[in-house]
Every structure is written in C-alpha cells, then in structure tokens.
Design a protein around this ligand. Structure first.
Ligand SMILES: *Cc1c(COP(=O)(O)O)cnc(C)c1O
Ligand SMILES: [Zn+2]
Length: 424
C-alpha cells in the first residue's frame, strides 16, 4: 500500500495516474506526486515514526513507495538519516545566535544528498519494470545512480559533461556503470537524455522518473524538522542547481504544517555560484522568469545554466520572505576552509557556495539572527579536492628526528612544556 494518488501538473493542475512521465501533455509544465494527506494522518503518528530506524524510509508514508509488504523490502538501503550539527563556533564568526549544519556530506552510500533522490527513483524503476536506469549528471547524481544500481541489480548508463572532477568520474566507474562523457555543458547533455528517453526503454532518473526522484529531497526537510524537535527553523539556506531540492524542503515543511506536526514560518534562501546564477539573478530582479546562462564556475555540481525548476524556486523564495545570493570562486574556496576549520566539516564546492552566500545574506540583514538558521550541506569535499589543493599551504617534509621537528615547531612559535599528567 502507498499514499500517493498520482501525478499532478504544477501549472494547470491536470492529474495523471502513476506512470513514468516527466511533463504535462497539455502545457509541458513539470509534474509532481500528490498524496492523500488525511489518510497519512490517520495511518501514522509522529511518535510511531520516531521509533523507526533513522534513515529516509522512516518517512515512507510521505513518499511514492510501498509502505508495507514484500515490495517494500527491496528499497531498504539505509540512505539519509544524516547529522544536524549545532555549529556554535561558526555561529560566532557569522554573528548569529543559533546555527545548524545539515550534513549530507556523509550520506550513504555516495556522500551527497543525491543518494536520497536516487533511492526513490530506483524504487520506482523497479515498480515500473525497468532493468536499466540512466541519468544526465553534473557528478553526484551519477555517483548515486552507479552505486545504488549496483546494489539493487540494475544496468546503469551515466551521461556527464567531459570536464567533471576526476573523483566524480572514478566514483561512478568503480561500481561498474557505463559512463559517457560529452564535450559540452550539462544543459546540452540533459537535452540529449530527453531524446534518449523517447528511444530506449530505460528509467531515466531525472527525465521520465523526475517527479518521483524529486520527492526524495523532501526527506532533508523532514529530518531537519524532526532533529529540531518538530519546530521549523527561522531561515534555511540551500544550494541550487536545477532548483528542485530547495522547493522540496519547503514542500516537506508545508506537509508537516498541514498535518499539524510542526509550526513556524521559514525564510527560504537560495545559494548559487556567480558563474552560474540564473536563479539568484531572477530573485534579485524580483521575477520568476529565468534567463539561461552559460556556466563557468568551480562549483560544477551546481552548474546548470537552464534550471528545470528555476521558475518555481524563485517564486517560492520571494513568497517566503527569503532571498538568494551568489558568490565568486575565491569566496567559495574560502568558505570551504572556514566550514572545515570551525566545525570540522569538509564540504564540496557547493557547501562553500552555501556558506559564503549565507554570510552575505546575514550581513545584508535578510536573515533573522535571533531564530535558528540551517545551512544545507549537500556534498563531500573529498570529491572536489582539485578546488582547494592550490589554496593550501604546503605541509613541511622533515627527517624523522626530534631536532628537526623542534626546529620547525620553534619556527612556528611553539614552545615545549611539561606533559599533562593523567593523575593531576
Ligand atoms: C544536485 C546538487 C545540488 C542541487 O540540486 P537541485 O535539486 O538540482 O537544485 C546541490 N548540491 C549538490 C552537491 C548537488 O549535487
Ligand atoms: Zn499542465
């Protein structure tokens, strides 16, 4: 059993039965899964939910997946359930009272929030009878599809721009997936995968499975609310590529408000790299009309020049009382180092975008400094090492002798002293 009722057009409201489908046949707008929220309310309580294992499937009633029985068992890779860290040291630097980091840099299995969306897409691919799955990707999505396809027994084809970070290529190939690089940007690769969907009987996670895929992102919002003891933060700052994640976090908060499970208004704020900022530009211009851009930034995971959900993201941000900012490549690198050195969290370039943008928004007075602020960290720094190696000071190489080490410590102004005794 499941609580999804089908697909609904985000513009004209036309409904469709559950099926692999990406857009409305009347107006070409994106489709969204809709649910019987009243039935969910009757079926499960917050307390029951809290007794389940802490991963994304604990919110299964709010997802387009089987909630019981044989069919529910194949989808149980323990994805999600990531930490919400109270970031007091970083809060002090930013001059805010209560700051949290939602750390999807440690998501299972491939260290980005894309593991969540793929978990739903592959559950749906199995339900629809596909044996092959595919995606167009800026890197993290390919990693997540490759790993989960391997674990669940699908064949996988991954299509990416040729200039991806080496770690993101290796982290797809290791799982035995078929990866093809194209000499173009993401938007060109994505257009191609829309054509592929019409010719091959594949479940393409961000084309014909996209409405289902997107639902996985809601679990970031559910987890944040639950980890804040079912209160909603004053502000959330979220990185944007296609603009889907930010909208689904807001949707999760809406569903919790509708059920009376959580209360409070949240300013939804978006973050982009200046080198690819179609959504933040629209927000600053007070419009939802997206002007496509040609991306040029080290934040490759966010380099989507023509974002599929950009219109809705801009609208949502402005209606929530939030705002959007964008930051330069040097600001991204500096923020990656700040996050790591204050909180011990090594995020990828997208995390640098989020923190540097949050800093600007706070300085501009667009964030309520007195209420809780959540930064959504979506990917792991080990996948974008090339972004920071040039920015770091070289580690010294010494001969393994005390004399050498002492000379170096002395040059750093570090003096020797009495060892601390255990029985003091
Ligand atoms: C894909 C991605 C995003 C943005 O996701 P959208 O839903 O396309 O806006 C953010 N951060 C990272 C690391 C990503 O890989
Ligand atoms: Zn429509």
């Amino acid at each position: 059993m499941s609580f999804e009722l089908g697909l609904r057009c985000r513009d004209c409201g036309k409904t469709f039965p559950t099926q692999p489908l990406s857009g409305c046949d009347e107006c070409f707008a994106p489709l969204e899964v809709y649910y019987d929220l009243e039935a969910i309310q009757r079926a499960v309580t917050r307390e029951q939910l809290a007794s389940r294992p802490f991963h994304m499937w604990r919110y299964r009633e709010f997802l387009p997946v089987p909630t019981q029985g044989e069919a529910a068992s194949h989808q149980r890779l323990p994805v999600g359930g990531t930490p919400l860290l109270k970031a007091d040291r970083l809060a002090k630097v930013l001059g805010v009272r209560e700051l949290y980091i939602k750390n999807d840099a440690v998501n299972f299995p491939t260290l980005s929030f894309k593991d969540r969306v793929v978990a739903i897409a592959l559950s749906k691919a199995r339900e629809f009878g596909y044996d092959t799955v595919a995606c167009s990707s800026t890197g993290n999505l390919a990693n997540a599809v490759a790993a989960q396809a391997a674990a669940l027994g699908f064949r996988a084809f991954l299509f990416t721009p040729a200039d991806l970070e080496p770690a993101k290529i290796a982290n797809s190939l290791v799982y035995g997936a078929h990866l093809v690089k194209f000499s173009g940007n993401y938007d060109q690769v994505n257009r191609l995968s829309t054509e592929i969907a019409q010719k091959y009987p594949w479940g393409i996670v961000n084309v014909n499975l996209r409405p289902y895929y997107a639902e996985g992102s809601k679990t970031v919002g559910f987890e944040i609310a639950e980890q804040l003891n079912w209160s909603l933060p004053g502000t959330i700052v979220c990185p944007m590529a296609g603009g889907s994640l930010i909208g689904k976090i807001a949707r999760a908060f809406d569903e919790l408000r509708t059920l009376g499970w959580a209360a409070g208004e949240t300013r939804i704020c978006g973050a982009q790299a200046t080198g690819c900022s179609p959504i933040s530009t629209a927000v600053k211009n007070g419009t939802s009309d997206i002007e496509p851009q040609r991306p040029n930034t080290i934040a490759r995971s966010l380099a989507i020049g023509n974002p599929a959900d950009g219109f809705y993201a801009s609208k949502l941000i402005r209606e929530s009382g939030g705002y959007a900012e964008d930051v330069s490549d040097p600001e991204i690198v500096e923020a990656m180092q700040l996050l790591a050195s204050t909180e011990g969290v090594f995020a990828e370039t997208a995390g640098g975008v989020t923190l540097a943008s949050a800093r600007k928004l706070i300085d501009q007075g667009r964030v309520d400094r007195e209420r809780p602020i959540v930064l959504v960290i979506t990917g792991n720094g080990l996948k974008t090492l090339d972004a920071i190696v040039g920015a770091q000071t070289e580690a010294p190489v010494l001969a393994p002798r005390m004399r050498e080490l002492e000379a170096w410590l002395d040059s750093q102004g570090v003096a020797a002293g009495e060892p601390v005794s255990a029985s003091a």
